[in-house]
Design a protein around this ligand. Structure first.
Ligand SMILES: Nc1ncnc2c1ncn2[C@@H]1O[C@H](COP(=O)(O)OP(=O)(O)O)[C@@H](O)[C@H]1O
Ligand code: SF4
Ligand SMILES: [Mg+2]
Length: 399
């Protein structure tokens, strides 16, 4: 596969190569507008701290009023559909998402496995072409022409969950980090002018100091945490504006998770790096994020600051997620109903087959039960405090 070819089907192998910067292939989603559950476009209608850390854990201070700045990265009306893996039809992995990431802001994208987090992350990094909708960089739509895409992807780097899989076991740390530089040519060296100095700087920024000690090592000679730092150095060497980290600590021992999260926070504080951190761990979101977007079956269903969403959840799905966190102090809400399937998104509110409010009769009492079953709640706007639920009227704090 060459950089000049058009969109090609991505394989795990090519994705791995892309993370370390060896290829720029992108995955082609189903090239047609997915139907909304209501058939009328994507929108039809208008506690306690989480676990992972003690409930009373002090929140890290967010970037300097990040939300006041124009977003560095946005998605608008984003849809990504795939041919369903099993059987016929299409999987609507991302089904109408608006989201902004401001300069210096860390946004956590949380939700159960299969809800579309990785697909959204890959669309943000240009690895997946949206079926419809847009990814915008500094307000400009991203171009999928090879040259423009290459430049875009230099600035928006993906860090995956498994550093062992992301690193070639036969290559040294130096080669792994230098790879992206070689792809992007001299301009990527910036003021350094010298590849070795640039690699050393990236390793240092990723916390591998002194960098010379690590350059000649191979992945098997490193700890899991060090391997993830090498992957992060491979991203940092290209001076990105945004890191998109897909479950960046999920494969690491608990003892080193905090170190990697602190590294991401330090990078934000020192260099103003923005990040989308994909996680199913609400405790991690609490410790690292400025804002949280909760995703369910292809759609963001609740957004707000981390304090708003995790201490005062509005959407029944967010409440259920939080209720099973050990420190929540609330009765765990066990969701019933069918396992969500992105190839069969329910009509009305997509959460309605599992919604405790509907099951308990509370939705009936509120007079919204019919709407729950037939009207798709409006998805949250890209910023501010929102929940896509007929039962809640969350004040819209967006401008
Ligand atoms: N390449 C693909 N082909 C077909 N279906 C896919 C593909 N990638 C993801 N999906 C489907 O899209 C949905 C969302 O997947 P994913 O984005 O990986 O979710 P998450 O990261 O939240 O676990 C799932 O139903 C998954 O099976
Ligand atoms: S809209 Fe209805 S079914 Fe959906 S989450 Fe709200 S109460 Fe539950
Ligand atoms: Mg995933």
């Amino acid at each position: 596969m060459t950089r000049d070819s058009g969109p090609e089907l991505e394989t795990e192998e090519t994705l791995e190569a892309q993370v370390t910067g060896t290829d720029s292939a992108i995955e082609d989603a189903v090239p047609s507008q997915p139907a909304s559950p209501e058939g009328g476009g994507p929108a039809a209608d208008g506690g306690p701290a989480p676990g992972g850390e003690p409930a009373t854990a002090e929140k890290p201070s967010p970037g300097a009023d990040a939300s006041a700045e124009p977003p560095v990265l946005s998605v608008r009306g984003l849809h990504v559909a795939f041919r369903a893996r099993h059987g016929r039809g299409r999987a609507l992995a991302v089904d109408g998402v608006d989201l902004d990431i401001a300069p210096g802001e860390i946004v956590a994208l949380v939700g159960e496995s299969g809800c579309g987090k990785s697909t959204l992350a890959r669309a943000l990094t240009g690895l997946v072409v949206p079926t419809s909708g847009q990814v915008l960089h500094d307000g400009e739509p991203v171009s999928y022409k090879p040259r423009a895409l290459k430049a875009y992807r230099r600035g928006v780097q993906l860090v995956l969950q498994d550093p062992t899989g992301a690193l070639n076991p036969r290559r040294t740390v130096y080669e792994a980090v230098a790879e992206g530089l070689r792809i992007h040519g001299k301009s990527a060296l910036g003021a350094f002018g010298d590849e070795r100095a640039k690699v050393a700087d990236a390793l240092s920024r990723a916390g591998l100091r002194p960098p010379e000690r690590f350059m000649a090592l191979h992945p098997h000679q490193l700890s899991g945490g060090q391997r993830q730092r090498v992957v992060i150095a491979g991203a940092l060497v290209l001076d990105p504006e945004v890191l998109v980290a897909d479950e960046p600590v999920a494969s690491l021992d608990a003892s080193v998770r905090g170190e990697i999260l602190k590294l991401l926070l330090d990078l934000r504080d020192a260099a103003g790096l923005s990040a989308l951190v994909v996680t199913h761990d609400l405790g991690l979101a609490w410790n690292i994020a400025d804002r949280v977007a909760v995703m369910y079956l292809g759609r963001v269903v609740e957004t707000g600051t981390v304090e708003e969403v995790l201490t005062d959840p509005k959407h029944p799905y967010t409440k259920a997620l939080l209720s099973v966190v050990a420190e929540s102090g609330t009765e765990p809400v066990i969701l019933s109903g069918e396992t969500p399937d992105s190839a069969a998104i329910p009509a009305g509110c997509r959460f309605h087959p599992r919604c405790p409010l509907l099951a308990s009769g509370e939705a009936e009492r509120l007079g919204i039960a019919d709407r729950c079953r037939t009207v798709d709640p409006a998805p949250p706007a890209a910023e501010g405090r929102h929940a896509a639920c007929h039962a809640v009227a969350v004040p819209d704090t967006a401008a």
